[in-house]
Design a protein. Structure first.
Length: 155
């Protein structure tokens, strides 16, 4: 059920992802693996159900506390996608505090701060992203976008 949910998620079918993840969790006595709750949270975020999304990521973090930063980052992404930039900024800041390993957490924080018109904090977050992503070709596109955003903010 979980693997089917992942396939639906990749196909942008959030409602089917939710159903599959809830089924997988139910078949595991209501607990399941952290990834089940993670994908459920992602699907609920896409559906705009932010309170449920947050609960799912909290459940994932309870099952895998060392991954809490990653789940907070994904919660920030859900908030940002729905233009809840203050909530996104708070989630990203907590993700940074919890040592989220994904450098794009800084980019997300910068974007949220930029949308909130908090220029200095946006610049600081963007610079943190550039530092964290340096020499990693996987982030080359983000680096270019980040440099463009910095240049725009510094005008």
């Amino acid at each position: 059920w979980f693997n089917l949910g992942v396939a639906y998620f990749a196909d942008q079918q959030a409602k089917h992802t939710e159903l599959c993840c809830r089924t997988a969790i139910g078949l595991c006595g209501g607990v399941g693996e952290p990834e089940y709750h993670q994908y459920l949270g992602r699907a609920l975020g896409r559906l705009g159900r932010l309170e449920d999304c947050e609960r799912s990521f909290k459940s994932a973090a309870a099952l895998a506390p060392t991954q809490e930063g990653q789940y907070l980052y994904e919660l920030g992404n859900a908030y940002n996608a729905l233009k809840e930039h203050a909530k996104a900024a708070a989630a990203y800041a907590k993700a940074v505090e919890k040592k989220c390993p994904d450098p794009t957490v800084h980019f997300g924080l910068g974007l949220s701060m930029e949308m909130l018109r908090r220029k200095d904090e946006a610049l600081k977050a963007y610079q943190a992203f550039l530092e964290a992503a340096k020499d990693n070709p996987e982030f080359a596109d983000y680096v270019k976008i980040t440099k463009d955003r910095i240049a725009k903010l510094e005008k």
